[in-house]
Design a protein around this ligand. Structure first.
Ligand code: AHR
Length: 324
């Protein structure tokens, strides 16, 4: 699906003759992008921020960057300030799915196109944004669930005939937390032996994952598997498991999502058992889309990033070349 060029033209770009860059804030050809980042909650997010900042610099895009510290109100403030500054294009990764329509309507009224990156919004009106670039989080959850189903006999660590899973959820209300749970559940439902016995948010942070895992270890009997919605929470869970005198990856199996360097290192060392990749290097595609959108060109409404999965053996091979 594509979006009509009319709704994509940027502030001040009507006399730019179709050149990339409207100079909405400065009157020259340089594109100004306002980017409202979620925060710095994980290794994934740090890699994502670096990719966006480095690519903007390399492409000569004037990037105004803000870190919302995982708070929706901060992202909304940042977006309003970008509207006031008359940037050419706004991009952001919504911390949660709902509650964006008002500020997106303000951007639309100001004729500033918006690109969603990494995470999407739950809105009935898809004319409020030009395109959404990011992963298929449901598919990521399905991949995690499929690996568990395929390896279920090895996952029943205590041999009691059931595979007891505890889930470390990402930020409550965020697209990756909602979708990774949904995808995982849809696949494990095919195996009656697999059961999620507890699930709680660790807010995508290492510290959150550690604290929630400590609670699970004291409240739940016979945990076989941890399914963590990102590497950082899985790495926090590893610390909690070790503190109990147990061996992560053996006494309790661990599945995570992201495949950042720290996660891949733990996978190669045998402390994690399987990782579903979520690619944070969105900078190049984002800047390309921004140029097209500002020039009034048609773009795909949904751009899905390509991703893979890693076993322990595959992590050993991939690790030396891992960029993030
Ligand atoms: O939205 C992507 C998710 O956000 C990553 O999986 C997680 O690490 C990050 O915090």
């Amino acid at each position: 699906m594509t979006l009509g060029a009319a709704s994509l033209s940027a502030c001040g770009s009507s006399d730019s003759g179709g050149d990339s860059g409207s100079g909405g804030s400065g009157g020259d050809e340089t594109i100004t992008m306002g980017f409202a980042q979620v925060g710095a909650e994980s290794g994934w997010r740090t890699a994502n921020t670096t990719s966006i900042q480095d690519t903007a610099e390399a492409e000569g895009i004037d990037l105004k960057f803000s870190d919302a510290q995982q708070k929706q109100e901060n992202q909304i403030k940042a977006i309003r300030s970008y509207i006031q500054q008359k940037v050419d294009v706004i991009a952001f990764s919504p911390v949660v799915e709902t509650g964006w329509d008002t500020v997106l309507q303000e951007a639309k009224r100001a004729n500033i196109p918006v690109i969603l990156t990494d995470r999407s919004v739950d809105s009935e009106d898809d004319s409020l944004y030009a395109t959404f670039l990011g992963s298929d989080f449901v598919e990521e959850g399905e991949k995690a669930g499929q690996w568990l189903v395929d390896n279920a006999s090895d996952m029943d660590v205590d041999g009691d005939g059931s595979v007891k899973v505890v889930q470390l959820e990402g930020t409550t209300g965020s697209a990756p937390a909602i979708d990774r749970e949904e995808g995982f559940n849809s696949v494990i439902g095919s195996d009656d032996a697999i059961e999620v016995i507890a699930s709680q948010t660790g807010d995508f942070t290492r510290d959150g994952g550690k604290k929630v895992m400590e609670t699970f270890l004291s409240s739940e009997d016979g945990i076989d598997v941890v399914y963590a919605h990102n590497d950082d929470m899985g790495l926090g869970a590893i610390e909690a498991i070790k503190a109990e005198g147990l061996t992560p990856g053996e006494d309790i199996k661990i599945i995570t999502v992201d495949a950042v360097k720290d996660g891949m290192t733990a996978l190669a060392n045998g402390e994690i058992n399987f990782i579903v990749e979520c690619n944070p290097l969105l900078g190049p595609q984002l800047m390309d889309l921004a140029k097209q959108v500002v020039a009034g060109e048609e773009v795909e409404k949904r751009v899905v990033t390509e991703e893979t999965t890693f076993t322990q053996e595959q992590a050993k091979e991939a690790l030396p070349d891992r960029q993030y």
